[in-house]
Design a protein around this ligand. Structure first.
Ligand code: FAD
Length: 447
């Protein structure tokens, strides 16, 4: 937890570093004419440093994600984007010479390039705030509803990529600033940073394009709204993933829109079969079109990402509680399959909150696991229909005590996964029961 908090400063730290070097370069060769120009220049530099860093976050490097979860990375991205808006506003506002100059086109090349960067960046911000990220708008139910019903995520993803165009505009804008023209150090640093960031971005794009392909070998529906997809690695080995991790799946030659969507692996790594399994609940336009996916379709997987079941939890004696809500059972199933395949002798309990009888899938497999491994128990509870033989309600303290699992508040590691409302309730429960943050591993099915 402490490490995560420190890691949250990793990307702001990069932006601060870039800005500090710009500032040093600026001060060693700067003849300030007014305070306004100095302030505007430094604010412009802060915003460009932040912009470059945001691209480095957007390429979701796995080496960083191991220490700072993707959700946290996207949160940092959202807050840094706000810092970008504020500093950019100050930069433009101080030097603002009125709209009439724009309409009469009496503006310098420098300003023209600046406006190019500004307009593209404005579109990038709108798409980011309202469509791609939940961080800010999730505070309002109305905005969330608006987002889900009125905006097409894929179109906005394309608009969001204008960030690269904006960077090019701003790079040349800086080249054109008269009072910076003799500052070789500043321009050298600026070129190095810009080339590095754009290079990393295009390298990432090429990597995605060249990812190994998997072939769909089954697309079944164990319930009316859940797809169980089996994907087989064809030309290379199956991806090396930890149980409970997730990847970004892109169906590249089917009629599905070519978007990358995150799904947790429900399979455990198996190098013999080379098969990866995912379970997808129909929850929006894209997932509800999955029935057009057929055997033989090609899929790429970007990843793996996630820290639901970190490597140090493997072969451990610590008891483990897997707490899932609805389709959030996918990473738990992966962990269970892994533990059972390794004849684990640790105590494991799987608590699963479901809505109704038709959500009851894989119970035969769970029963078999419990028969074969005496240290494993599973506990279902239904919040919608009343089902004979099962308790009614949500996974809460009462349920945990009724199932005789309360001792695990102190002793177990808690691996929780599900949709946002279920996670909020689970986090409150764990906080009330004083389960320490170090015992908690949380995967949320939203960014
Ligand atoms: C780490 C993680 C693991 C997940 N694992 C599973 C799983 O195993 N099974 C499962 O059924 N669902 C899983 N999900 C949720 C799943 O990714 C979304 O439900 C799905 O992408 C929604 O797509 P849609 O266009 O059909 O729905 P929409 O109605 O368009 O979107 C619903 C919500 O899903 C999110 N979303 C949509 N598209 C994307 C995207 N490309 N990238 C990120 N978020 C997006 C948005 O927050 C949006 O508000 C997971 C999500 C995350 C973040």
């Amino acid at each position: 937890m402490k490490k995560q908090k420190i890691m949250r400063w990793f990307y702001p730290g990069i932006a601060i570093f870039i800005f500090s070097t710009y500032l040093i370069a600026l001060l060693q060769d700067y003849i300030p004419n007014t305070v306004e120009v100095f302030l505007s220049t430094t604010m412009g530099m802060v915003s460009y440093s932040v912009m470059l860093t945001l691209v480095l976050i957007a390429i979701r490097p796995r080496q960083i994600e191991k220490h700072l979860e993707l959700k946290a990375m996207y949160e940092v991205h959202a807050w840094m984007a706000i810092a970008l808006i504020v500093t950019l506003f100050i930069h433009v506002f101080i030097r603002w010479s009125g709209l009439e100059n724009i309409f009469t086109l009496e503006i310098s090349d420098t300003s023209m390039l600046g406006y190019g960067g500004l307009i593209s960046l404005f579109l990038v911000m709108i798409t980011g705030i309202f469509v791609l990220s939940d961080v800010i708008i999730q505070k309002s139910d109305k905005l969330m509803e608006w987002k889900e019903n009125k905006w097409n995520r894929n179109v906005h993803l394309w608009i969001h990529r204008l960030a690269i165009v904006s960077i090019l505009f701003i790079y040349f804008h800086i080249w054109n600033v008269t009072y910076l023209s003799g500052n070789i150090l500043l321009h050298t640093l600026n070129t190095i940073y810009t080339v590095f960031v754009l290079g990393s971005y295009f390298y990432y794009k090429i990597r995605i394009w060249r990812l190994p392909r998997y072939e769909v070998i089954a697309n079944e529906m164990p319930t009316p709204d859940v797809h169980a997809l089996q994907l087989k690695a064809t030309k290379s080995d199956v991806m090396n993933y930890q149980p409970g991790q997730f990847g970004f799946f892109r169906f590249i030659d089917s009629d599905l829109p070519n978007e990358a969507h995150p799904f947790s692996f429900s399979s455990a790594l198996d190098h013999e079969s080379d098969i990866i399994e995912i379970m997808v609940k129909e929850s929006g336009d894209w997932t509800s079109s999955l029935d057009i996916v057929k055997e033989g379709d090609q899929v790429t997987i970007e990843g793996p990402y996630g820290n639901f079941y970190p490597k140090e939890k493997e072969n451990s004696d610590t008891p483990m509680i897997l707490l899932s809500g609805g389709i959030g059972f996918t990473p738990s199933l992966s962990v269970l399959r892994h533990e059972m395949a390794n004849n684990s002798d640790r105590r494991i309990a799987f608590l699963w909150g479901l809505h109704g009888e038709e959500d009851m899938i894989y119970t035969e497999e769970l029963k078999r696991m419990a028969d074969e491994n005496k240290n494993f128990t599973f506990h279902l509870i239904f919040s919608g229909e009343e089902i004979e033989g099962y308790p009614h309600g949500h996974v809460d303290d009462t349920f945990i005590r009724e199932e005789g699992l309360e001792e695990f508040y102190k002793t177990a590691s808690w691996h929780v996964c599900g949709p946002p409302p279920m996670l909020e309730a689970s986090k409150s429960l764990l906080a009330e029961q004083k389960v320490s943050k170090d015992q908690q591993y949380i995967e949320e099915f939203a960014f």
